[in-house]
Design a protein around this ligand. Structure first.
Ligand code: NAD
Length: 490
């Protein structure tokens, strides 16, 4: 990070920012630490432990020990604890939202939305803990019955990204605990404070010592690798980039660890000529600008029917250009900084590449201060199809708008990517919407909506966007293993 200065001591957070292993907060002074920085100006907010493999394996040991008890708790008991986690997140809603804005840089309104969404996973899985069903059938020969029971898979390693520091953690922690698993959470080094705060609330809610452990490290490759190689880890649930996901899949293969992967996206946002333009604009502002464009679900390519494309792009530019950028903790701010200067550099490089290949910026397109993490909301038209930002995740407030002529053309363009997380379709014709949805290679389709996230829904992607689903009933299945009993009828 280029702009780096330390915050005055009185502004540093005095949270429980220590390693949580086996129910003990290890004091800050016991080993190397690293700073967590405010994306606004690079100022240090707090220091967290830079754990090595030994500390991580101690956390795995604590989780293994706690598993023996937690997996045997009555489902209703797990419900009560998880419901208390939900309540505590709401009791501390504003503090959590401010903490997210502070370390992640997203506007306070986005952070508030994230806390509500994150808490919802505790409520949903509190309700799911008592609905783990098995099944029984008579074998085709009639000689025995086939009983299928679902058991907790074991100790889970949960690795999460920085872009939704609360929701990506609870989307894993809640189903893991509901299923009877215990866990080691390895949050992103850029935003670990929210994870520590949530872990603290979970302990207060009654999650027993060792059932959840938090390990922060800057040596991610070595430390996560050491945990994955440990036979006590039976599950990897990862959310992050496709490139790191592939790396971890290779490592997990060596120990045959069950994997759920929530990876990158390159969402198409398709607007047909019969769509309600203003509703589509509203939806796009959410799909593009939630978290300043730093979402796996962010609309990455906007396809608009040629008959309305220019009008749509101009209206979009007006709305994007009017967004207020600023300090995320100020109420009036609608768009904060990106996570750091490197991230803004990447967005700038993608936009510059598009501009050099003939694109026009209707708004934005130029960063005022090259040493800052702020990048202005940008709308691009006249794009060369080879522009890098059409094939890569932009992960910033940039909307490239492309015109299309017919259904076949737009479906082919939308599917022309290795990703397949989410797609958005706006049309007044529901039959057309469902027809297009069926042809899109995507784990999720939003029809006349700008958002799919819902704790009750199976979230996830196809192709290189992932394996498995989080949320809904599918989410708890990721932490359960079927056990089959062949019971003699005689
Ligand atoms: P990232 O892949 O860099 O990091 C994700 C996590 O993996 C972090 O905890 C990081 O510390 C850890 N990590 C990084 N390198 C590692 C390595 N070599 N070995 C072990 N662990 C390693 O992703 P990010 O930049 O934190 O997050 C942004 C990415 O996450 C985007 O691609 C976005 O689309 C994706 N994402 C996907 C979803 C989804 O649900 N599909 C949700 C949010 C974010």
């Amino acid at each position: 990070m280029r702009t780096t200065r330390d915050a005055p001591a009185q502004n540093r957070l005095e949270t429980n920012v220590r390693r949580l292993v086996g129910g003990n907060w290890f004091p800050s002074a016991t080993g190397p630490m690293f700073d967590v920085r405010n994306p606004v100006d690079g100022a240090a907010l707090a220091s967290v432990p830079d754990s090595g493999a030994d500390a991580a394996l101690a956390a795995v040991g604590a989780a293994e020990q706690a598993l023996a008890t937690w997996r045997g708790t009555a489902p209703r008991e797990r419900t009560v604890v998880l419901m208390r986690c939900f309540e505590l997140m709401h009791e501390h809603h504003e503090d959590l939202a401010r903490l997210i804005s502070l370390e992640n840089g997203k506007a306070l309104s986005d952070s508030r939305g994230e806390v509500t969404y994150a808490a919802e996973f505790f409520r949903w899985y509190a309700e799911e803990a008592v609905r783990i069903e098995g099944r029984t059938l008579v074998s085709p020969s009639g000689d025995n019955t086939i009983e299928v029971h679902y058991e907790p898979i074991g100790v889970a390693l949960l690795v999460t990204p920085w872009n939704f520091p609360a929701a990506m953690a609870t989307r894993k922690l809640a189903p893991a605990l509901a299923a009877g698993c215990t866990a080691v959470l390895k949050p992103a080094g850029l935003t670990p404070l929210t994870a520590y705060a949530i872990a603290d609330l979970m302990r207060r809610a009654g999650v027993p010592d060792g059932a959840i452990n938090v390990v922060t490290t800057q040596s991610t490759d070595r430390v996560v690798g050491a945990m994955l190689a440990d036979a006590r880890i039976r599950k990897l649930s990862f959310t992050g980039s496709t490139s790191v996901g592939k790396l971890l899949l290779h490592k997990a293969a060596d120990a045959v660890v069950n994997c759920s992967m929530e990876l990158g996206g390159n969402a198409p946002f398709i607007v047909f000529e019969d769509a309600d333009i203003h509703a589509a604009l509203d939806g796009l502002m959410v799909a593009k600008m939630r978290n300043g464009g730093q979402a796996c679900t962010a609309a990455n390519r906007v396809y608009v029917h040629r008959s309305i494309a220019l009008e749509f792009a101009e209206l979009l530019a007006k709305r994007m250009g009017a967004l207020r950028m600023g300090d995320p903790l100020e109420e009036r701010t609608e768009c904060g900084p990106l996570i750091n200067v490197d991230a803004a550099d990447k967005v700038e490089a993608l936009v510059d590449h598009a501009l050099a290949h003939g694109a026009r910026a209707l708004t934005g397109g130029r960063r005022d201060d090259p040493a800052s993490a702020f990048y202005p909301p940008t709308v691009l038209v006249d794009l060369d199809p080879e522009s890098l930002l059409l094939s890569e995740e932009i992960f910033g407030p940039v909307a490239p708008v492309l015109a299309f002529d017919d259904e076949a053309e737009v479906v082919a363009a939308a599917n022309n990517t290795n990703y397949g997380l989410v797609a958005y379709v706006y049309t007044a014709d529901l039959r057309r919407g469902k027809r297009i949805a069926a042809r899109l290679e995507s784990g999720m389709v939003a029809l006349n909506r700008g958002m799919v996230s819902d704790a009750a829904a199976p979230f996830g992607g196809v192709k290189e966007s992932g394996l498995g689903r989080e949320g809904g009933h599918d989410g708890i299945l990721q932490f359960l293993e079927a056990k089959y009993l062949a019971v003699s009828s005689g």
